[in-house]
Write a protein that binds this ligand. Structure first.
Ligand code: NAD
Ligand code: LMR
Length: 340
């Protein structure tokens, strides 16, 4: 009816006005792999972020359509599709933040490390293009295996002389999202009030949720087998989705949500607000060169890396157990750049 139409129009014009008043600084963001399972919903979520003024949607194919589609949404960002390597430079020029979900996903029975063969080269190539066309941009690496692709990105940028450790982050937000969901579900809590730090890396036992540091505090009477089950479910969350999708890929929607949360925190930090998130970065918190802990994000990217904090005996054991695997994945990334 006319009344409903008028109400709808009022809501649309009000949200447009809200977007323009919250506009703030010009921020150009690129999504590389924008036509993919993560890339498409992530492109939508970034188009809806009022901090974004320009949005480049790049992929080797399929971004003309995604770009045209997303660009019709009446929000601040000017969205445009870029297709194929010839258009990559234009997609990246002037970018403040580049989000990279390009690469192949797992099928049942595969580990994230099985993706290394294909994704290592894809990430190296894209990160080198960032080093050339938008040095100084913050990079959010999603492509797996994150434990190795982030060291690959660091070494590739270092070789080019443009590496800034404050500006390279592996996205581990999905682990935090899962830990919060499972913890709230198990303890019957309001999930919006829940926080669970997740440290380490982003594969199997290298994912370490610290339920001993959760908010609200875990009751001291919580049985050890409940904590163990919550830990394992967080570590195997990716596999749970891979198996449920039965050959049609891995987490895309929850990942796009997590990546959009993390990118929003990076943009808030860049714009002078404070933001703290867990993320996998070059770090001196442990004797491993890369490690995920809570990090304060500021105008230049990573401002302060927080220590792991106190761990339960169970968590201390899990921390010791993950170290050889994480060290090997980091070294594998370094070696790939040395040899390619
Ligand atoms: P997908 O196959 O649906 O999409 C990947 C996209 O990357 C495709 O559109 C493909 O064309 C594109 N691509 C490939 N090579 C490219 C290149 N050189 N330049 C630009 N684009 C290129 O896969 P997906 O489900 O979106 O997953 C993407 C990656 O994200 C996988 O490696 C997956 O394991 C990883 N992932 C990470 C997390 C995390 O928590 N960090 C979570 C989920 C998935
Ligand atoms: C995830 O955690 O969902 C991703 O890393 C994808 C995967 O392969 O599990």
């Amino acid at each position: 009816s006319a009344r409903v139409l008028a109400q709808t129009w009022k809501a649309v014009s009000e949200s447009a006005a809200e977007f323009s008043t919250r506009a703030g600084k010009e921020r150009k963001v690129a999504v590389l792999g924008a036509a993919g399972g993560i890339g498409q919903p992530l492109s939508l979520l970034m188009k809806m972020n009022p901090q974004v003024s320009q949005l480049s949607l790049y992929d080797v194919a399929g971004t003309r359509g995604v770009g045209a589609d997303v660009s019709h949404i009446n929000s601040r960002a000017q969205a445009k599709g870029f297709e194929g390597p010839d258009q990559l430079a234009d997609a990246l020029k002037g970018c403040d933040l580049v989000i990279i979900p390009a690469g192949v996903p797992r099928k049942p029975g595969m580990t994230r490390d099985d993706l290394f063969k294909i994704n290592a080269g894809i990430v190296k190539g894209l990160v080198e293009a960032c080093g050339k066309h938008c040095p100084g941009a913050i990079l959010n690496i999603i492509s797996n295996p994150v434990n190795s692709t982030v060291p690959i990105a660091a070494e590739a940028l270092r070789k080019m002389g443009v590496y800034d450790k404050r500006k390279l982050m592996g996205v581990t937000t999905l682990d935090v999202v899962r830990a919060k969901t499972f913890y709230a579900e198990k303890l019957g809590l309001d999930v919006s009030q829940v926080d669970v730090p997740v440290v380490g890396g982003h594969a199997g036992i290298t994912i370490l949720p610290l339920f001993s540091q959760a908010t609200p505090t875990m009751p001291s009477s919580t049985p050890a087998d409940v904590i163990d089950a919550l830990t394992k479910r967080t570590q195997d969350g990716g596999t749970e989705v891979v198996e449920a999708k039965a050959g049609k890929g891995s987490a895309t929607l929850s990942m796009a949500y997590a990546a959009a949360l993390f990118a929003d925190a990076c943009l808030r930090g860049m714009n002078g607000a404070t933001a703290t998130e867990c993320t996998y970065v070059e770090s001196e918190v442990t004797d491993l060169p890369f490690f995920a802990t809570k990090v304060k994000l500021g105008t230049e990217g990573v401002e302060t890396i927080h220590p792991i904090g106190s761990m339960s005996d169970y968590e201390k054991e899990a921390f010791a157990a993950m170290k050889p695997e994480l060290a090997a994945s980091i070294e594998k990334g370094f070696k790939f750049v040395r040899e390619n």
